[in-house]
Design a protein around this ligand. Structure first.
Ligand SMILES: Nc1ncnc2c1ncn2[C@@H]1O[C@H](COP(=O)(O)OP(=O)(O)O)[C@@H](O)[C@H]1O
Ligand SMILES: [Mg+2]
Length: 252
């Protein structure tokens, strides 16, 4: 069974792309076959993988709007880490798709018809609750919500959960909350501790035990087109993402 996990939070800059990339690398390092999907028009995930989102022709956009097959749009980054790249024209997909039948189901159907053997599909989403994020939440079975420890917006998380609840009820009864991940945690910051405490009081054991530290190695690694796991394998960030992969692997 393929685990399909959407990484979502409509707030920008909370660590969605960073988590998709590093969790993907950590799961692949464990030997799993992993596909990362870039659904963000800004395509930071694609750029982090060392690809130019402006020059790729077969992308998530092609898959969603032209009925292209999954296999024909994939890039192999390593023998078991694969990317479905994003591109700037995803920005127009919300409009293009609006005229199509079953718009919210395009990604789900493309994955179901994909016939590519995978252990994990990780879907990186844009900072909005529009049709692209809805496609991710309809295609996924599990939701991972990264929350930045430097600034907690409980209102944002609640709005996300309301959308998730609606999608659960109307379009995807299989969707479950995998967990809430505290990112950019600073051990020397009282505020970071307060944010984690607040998250635990609301989401209880759905908050992952490990937190992702605020660390230069994590911020620097995309510029080298590597995950932090490859860039600084012994860094606290690499260790935290490996632990996350371990916990997620055993979560089912
Ligand atoms: N744990 C971290 N430590 C330091 N910098 C981080 C960390 N996680 C993310 N960043 C940086 O913060 C910025 C926003 O992260 P990103 O993953 O792109 O957020 P999102 O995808 O939610 O918009 C990026 O520049 C990224 O490199
Ligand atoms: Mg992003």
């Amino acid at each position: 069974m393929t685990r399909q996990i959407a990484i979502a939070n409509q707030k920008g800059g909370v660590g969605k792309t960073t988590t998709t990339f590093n969790l993907g690398a950590a799961l692949a390092e464990r030997g799993a076959q992993v596909l990362m999907i870039d659904l963000d028009p800004q395509s930071a995930l694609t750029a982090s993988c060392g690809l130019d989102p402006h020059s790729i022709t077969r992308t998530t956009f092609t898959l969603l709007t032209r009925d292209a097959s999954l296999a024909s749009c994939l890039r192999n980054l390593s023998p078991n880490l694969h990317l479905l790249p994003g591109s700037v024209d995803l920005a127009t997909a919300e409009v293009t798709l609006a005229n199509k039948a079953n718009a919210p189901f395009r990604l789900r159907d493309a994955l179901a018809n994909g016939q590519v053997p995978l252990d994990y599909v990780l879907i990186d989403t844009p900072p909005s609750l529009g049709l692209l994020t809805v496609n991710a939440l309809v295609a996924a079975k599990e939701l991972l919500i990264p929350v930045q420890c430097q600034f907690l917006s409980m209102r944002t998380v609640r709005a996300l959960l309301e959308t998730v609840w609606l999608i659960h009820k109307k379009m995807n009864p299989d969707l479950d909350l995998l967990g809430v991940l505290a990112t950019m945690y600073r051990a020397d910051s009282l505020h970071s501790k307060e944010v984690v405490a607040e998250l635990r009081s609301v989401f209880e054991d759905k908050v992952f035990e490990m937190v992702i530290p605020d660390e230069n190695a994590i911020a620097e690694s995309p510029a080298t087109s590597q995950s932090v796991i490859a860039y600084k394998p012994d860094s606290a960030g690499a260790r935290a993402y490996r632990q996350l992969a371990e916990v997620i692997h055993h979560a089912q």
